[in-house]
Design a protein around this ligand. Structure first.
Ligand SMILES: O=CCCCC(=O)O
Length: 455
């Protein structure tokens, strides 16, 4: 029997061994999903919406229980794990309320009703999802994929097998027919090999660039539709007329939420020199106020990182910055405790050749870099392989909007930080991915947009 170990990052200890599915079981799941699709796509949209509503209700009723599971299995602090579950519930409500409108056939042009655009589901969507938001990452895709009449097969991160199985249970408890949503406990290699299987019609991938590139190659080779949501190195730009108090107040959670392990977190703080000292002082103060410790404690802001491997990467990035002249204003770093605790680090005097600027930092490290002009801020913000989100701070709306329009990203927060929302398309450009999740745009990614011409 082959198993995956579920490990508690707070202690570093194994919580449970989860049995992996055999090839034979996976084949049965593929077959089941293809069979179920033939029925599911024909169910009335109102019936599907009712199930989405049931699902949201179960999440809301049990958000404490699921939050605790998330905290135990990947270390997210309870203060954020419970809202993650509540946010998923709100997103299911959104698609339950809007799917019917999104599915409505549209006339091709005003008055030309004999040429229609129909939206039809594709079939089985293979979802390959990461550990950092164990519920949100799966459910933000599942809600609109299933609402459109598709079915889903999940390969979740090997770090969160218990969350993966619990999500499948919730679908069954909500009344979804067996086979509409199934969790496979398999390794990454096995999941990739499923892309070529006839039953799989599309792939929804969230994760790192290298794995995303592999998925894209396999999907393209097998002529399957894919959506990729990859990493980010989001700039957080403070222009010289920004409200510094607010920028620092929002900048701290924008960087350190989820112990810095968020694709759309602020990862490069770009400050115009007039405000650099004041912003840095306030940002450091906010960072030092964060409570670090047991993620189960409702007061804790910073819990463990997910694994030692992630800490090693972060340590290397910080070492590289310091060796090139960055000053550790808040030194932070690995803590002498059990589990994978890493205290927040703030670096000033950062230059663009440092790894903290060129690579994604997936942990609690905040590099601050100073620029002289707005143009330099824009140029530096765009000087990245990534293009997921960005944040711009200015008290002049037109100026902030002008800068926002110059940024090469899929999302911009003006005087706010970026976070996915059900009604907004979510995704990136450049090495941050292709396609969109959420909103009508995400919904349509997994629909066959069929033109119907009636003579
Ligand atoms: O890692 C990206 C997902 C972000 C989810 C959130 O901010 O709610």
């Amino acid at each position: 029997m082959t198993t995956i170990s579920s490990i508690n990052p707070t202690t570093g200890k194994v919580i449970s061994e989860v049995e992996m599915h055999t090839d034979e079981q996976v084949s049965r799941m593929l077959k089941k999903s293809a069979e179920t699709f033939r029925e599911w796509k024909r169910t009335d949209v109102s019936e599907r919406n009712e199930l989405l509503k049931n699902f949201a209700e179960i999440l809301r009723k049990n958000k404490g229980k699921y939050g605790k599971l998330i905290t135990t299995e990947m270390g997210k602090v309870m203060k954020q794990a419970v809202p993650e579950v509540a946010k998923c519930a709100a997103m299911f409500d959104y698609f339950a309320d809007n799917a019917e409108k999104m599915l409505e056939p549209e006339p091709a042009e005003e008055g030309a009703c004999d040429q229609m655009i129909h939206y039809e589901p594709m079939g089985t969507v293979l979802a390959i999802k990461p550990w950092n938001f164990p519920f949100w990452q799966v459910l933000s895709a599942a809600a609109h994929v299933l609402a459109g009449g598709n079915v889903m097969l999940l390969k979740h991160s090997s770090y969160v097998p218990l969350c993966a199985l619990e999500i499948e249970n919730i679908f069954l408890e909500a009344g979804f027919p067996e086979g509409v949503f199934q969790t496979m406990i398999v390794d990454g290699k096995n999941a990739s090999s499923l892309i070529s299987r006839d039953e799989v019609k599309a792939v929804s991938f969230t994760g790192g660039y290298d794995a995303g590139q592999k998925v894209a190659e396999l999907a393209a080779h097998n002529m399957k539709k894919f959506v990729l949501e990859l990493g980010g190195s989001d700039p957080f730009i403070i222009l010289d007329d920004a409200n510094v108090d607010m920028a620092a107040k929002v900048g701290v959670p924008s960087r350190f939420i989820n112990t810095g392990q968020t694709c759309i977190a602020a990862k490069r703080f770009i400050v115009m020199e007039e405000l650099a000292e004041e912003f840095t002082e306030k940002f450091v103060e906010g960072t030092l106020n964060l409570q670090i410790g047991d993620p189960m404690d409702p007061e804790t802001d910073i819990g463990p990182m997910v694994r030692n491997e992630q800490m090693l990467v972060l340590e290397d990035q910080v070492k590289d910055a310091i060796s090139k002249g960055a000053q550790p204003l808040v030194p932070g770093g690995r803590m002498a405790s059990q589990g994978f605790m890493y205290s927040p680090t703030v670096l000033s005097g950062v230059t663009r050749d440092m790894k903290v600027m060129t690579e994604e930092t997936f942990g609690p490290v905040a590099p601050i870099i100073t620029v002289k002009t707005e143009e330099e801020a824009i140029e530096l913000a765009n000087d990245s392989e990534f293009g997921l989100g960005a944040s711009v701070w200015s008290q002049e709306r037109d100026r902030a909007m002008r800068v926002a329009s110059e940024l090469e990203t899929g999302m911009v927060g003006v005087n706010s930080f970026c976070t996915p929302q059900a009604c907004l398309p979510f995704g990136g450009v450049k090495k941050s991915g292709m396609g969109r999740e959420l909103s009508k745009h995400g919904f349509l990614e997994f629909m066959n947009i069929k033109s119907v011409k009636i003579m």
